[in-house]
Design a protein around this ligand. Structure first.
Ligand SMILES: C[S@@+](CC[C@H](N)C(=O)[O-])C[C@H]1O[C@@H](n2cnc3c(N)ncnc32)[C@H](O)[C@@H]1O
Length: 213
């Protein structure tokens, strides 16, 4: 499991960068509002050798690369990997894998991801965080930017608002993908030895900044 949304990304890959452009008007405009600032902030919070999950067309990867990080990117969609390889001129390894199954990597200092962790169920997220806790030494970080909600009520309210404003594709996504609550994410991180803070970046996206104690 965890790869059940792959077909969407195989089809979306070619137009993905148009969707996330700041001047793009679509149902997802609010989700991608401040997209570049979100990616920049995740990069600012990163250090050392960075492992990136769900790297897509390589936008965060490119920012990290320009900052001089050693990066290993993991992406399950072949179409996305191809676009990213061209964008990064083959300078970063972009490997086939996903949040739960990925090639062995050594000496990771920071694990990052943007707009992707919601493809795992809460149960899978808990397995992933336990895995990352084993991979990181004290001081190691997990920094994820993604849609998340302060409470279940806030999540339900977001679905209602998407429906009432005619954003039916967005409403469907919110209902079919696995958006977590912040208390749940905090619980699984703390249970695995991390300290964590959450900061909101737009109506949907928060950055979860955690450090292994
Ligand atoms: C909305 S895109 C985000 C891409 C990029 N991180 C960004 O911020 O623009 C979600 C990405 O997650 C990938 N993805 C889907 N399921 C995944 C999984 N189980 N593990 C890792 N990545 C996954 C998709 O193929 C896609 O490239």
């Amino acid at each position: 499991m965890g790869r059940e949304f792959l077909e969407i990304f195989e089809e979306w890959a070619d137009s993905y960068d148009d969707t996330v452009a700041e001047d793009s008007e679509n149902e997802y405009s609010e989700v991608f509002k401040g997209y570049r600032s979100i990616l920049n902030r995740v990069a600012e919070l990163s250090n050392g050798h960075v492992l990136e999950f769900g790297s897509g067309t390589g936008n965060l990867t490119e920012i990290l690369m320009k900052k001089g990080h050693n990066i290993t990117a993991i992406e399950p969609s072949e179409a996305m990997r191809e676009i990213a390889r061209k964008k990064l001129a083959g300078k970063v390894p972009i490997l086939d894998g996903d949040f739960l199954h990925f090639p062995a990597v050594d000496s990771i200092h920071t694990i990052v991801s943007t707009y992707a962790f919601h493809h795992l169920t809460d149960q899978e997220k808990e397995i992933a965080i336990a895995k990352y806790a084993k991979l990181l030494k004290p001081g190691g970080k997990v920094v994820f930017g993604d849609t998340m909600y302060p409470s279940k009520e806030a999540y339900e309210q977001a679905i209602k608002e998407a429906k009432s404003s005619g954003c039916l594709a967005l409403a469907k996504d919110l209902q079919s993908e696995y958006y977590s609550t912040i208390p749940f994410l905090q619980m699984i991180l703390e249970k695995n030895g991390f300290s964590v803070t959450f900061k909101r970046w737009n109506k949907f996206v928060w950055i979860m900044d955690s450090i292994k104690r």
